[in-house]
Ligand binder design. Structure first.
Ligand code: PGA
Length: 302
C-alpha cells in the first residue's frame, strides 16, 4: 500500500520567533525537492512568522498543542482557530510530555482531536507506552486504550485527515530507539486498531510515524519498515542540517518512481473528495461548512 512519507520536527519549547525564521531560511534550500512531506511543529509565537517564511515552499508549519474548547475564559490557553489563522496546518496532540508532565488524559486528548478536526487542523495523535508498561507486557493494551479513546466518534470521512505517531515514552529524548522489529510490531498493531475503527481500506491509508531518538543514522532504516510512514523528530530537528539529513534519509524511502503518478492520482482524489464533501457540507452543520481538507503532499512510499 502506497502511503505518503512524513518528516515532522517537534521543536518543543525551543527557539524564539527570530531563531525560527533564521532556521527556516537555512532549511528551505536543504529540503527543496524532498520526496517526504516536511512538517515543523513550532512554539506558538513562531507559528505566524514561520508560516510566512515557509509560504510557497514544501514546508508546513504546525503547533504542538491546543485547547479543546472553541473559545472561552481559559487564561493562558490557545484555541485551534487561533492557530489556524496564524498559519498552522496541523497540531500535535497527546504528546507524551503533555500526557506525563501536564497530566493530559485520554478523554481530554479525545476532545482535542475532535476540536482540531472541526477547526481544520490536521491532528498528529501521539501514542506510546512507558517503560514500566512495556516491561509489564502492557504495550498493546495501552496503545489500544489511547487510540480507541482519542478517536472515538471520529467520522470515517475524517480518518483521511489523521496522522498517528507511535512514540514509546522510554525512547523520547533518551538516545534509546526501539528495535526495528519492535517498531514494526507496534505499528502493525496500531494499524489493526485503526482498521477496527475505520475499516481496512481507510486504515491502510493513515500515516503512522515513529518518534523517539530519531537521528540521521537511524532514520532511513526506521522509515523503511513496512508500517512506518515517517518520523517525528524532537532533539535532532533543532539543527536545520541534521533535520534535512533525516528528511533525506527518510525521503529515500518515499519512492521516486511513483512520485508523479501519485501526485496526479492524489490531485484527482482530492478533487473528487472536495466535490463529495461539498455535497455533504450542504447536509451537515454550519460549523463543518467552514472546514476544508488539510491534505498532505503526495509523494508516496513504495
Ligand atoms: P526525541 O523526541 O527525538 O528528542 O527523542 C521525540 C519527540 O518528543 O517527539
Amino acid at each position: 500500500m502506497a502511503r505518503p512519507m512524513f518528516v515532522v520536527g517537534n521543536w518543543k519549547m525551543y527557539k524564539t520567533a527570530r531563531e525560527a525564521t533564521d532556521y527556516i531560511e537555512d532549511l528551505i534550500p536543504l529540503v527543496e525537492g524532498s520526496k517526504a512531506n516536511i512538517f515543523l511543529s513550532v512554539p506558538f509565537t513562531s507559528i505566524a512568522p514561520a508560516a510566512q517564511y515557509a509560504k510557497d515552499t514544501n514546508i508546513a508549519i504546525g503547533a504542538q498543542n491546543m485547547n479543546d474548547a472553541r473559545e472561552g475564559a481559559f487564561t493562558g490557553e490557545i484555541a485551534g482557530l487561533m492557530l489556524k489563522e496564524a498559519g498552522a496546518a496541523f497540531v500535535i496532540l497527546g504528546h507524551s510530555e503533555r500526557r506525563h508532565v501536564f497530566g493530559e488524559t485520554n478523554a481530554l486528548i479525545h476532545r482535542k482531536v475532535l476540536r482540531a478536526l472541526q477547526d481544520d487542523l490536521q491532528p498528529i495523535l501521539c501514542v506510546g507506552e512507558t517503560l514500566k508498561e512495556r516491561e509489564a507486557g502492557k504495550t498493546e493494551k495501552i496503545l489500544k486504550e489511547q487510540i480507541f479513546t482519542a478517536l472515538d466518534g471520529v467520522p470515517k470521512e475524517d480518518a483521511d485527515s489523521l496522522i498517528l505517531a507511535y512514540e514509546p515514552v522510554w525512547a523520547i529524548g533518551t538516545g534509546k530507539t526501539a528495535t526495528d522489529r519492535f517498531i514494526q510490531e507496534a505499528h502493525a498493531f496500531i494499524r489493526s486498531c485503526l482498521s477496527e475503527l475505520f475499516g481496512k481500506k481507510k486504515a491502510d491509508e493513515i500515516p503512522i510515524l515513529y518518534g523517539g531518538s530519531v537521528k540521521p543514522e537511524n532514520a532511513g532504516e526506521i522509515a523503511a519498515l513496512k508500517d512506518v510512514d515517517g518520523v517525528l523528530v524532537g532533539g535532532a530537528s533543532l539543527d536545520p542540517k541534521t533535520f534535512a539529513e533525516i528528511a533525506r534519509a527518510s525521503g529515500r524511502q518515499a519512492g521516486e518512481t511513483t512520485r508523479e503518478t501519485s501526485a496526479k492520482t492524489s490531485a484527482k482524489k482530492k478533487a473528487a473528495a472536495s466535490s463529495a464533501s461539498e455535497k455533504k457540507k450542504k447536509a451537515v452543520s454550519p460549523k463543518s461548512r467552514q472546514r476544508k481538507s488539510t491534505k498532505p503532499r503526495t509523494e508516496k512510499k513504495e
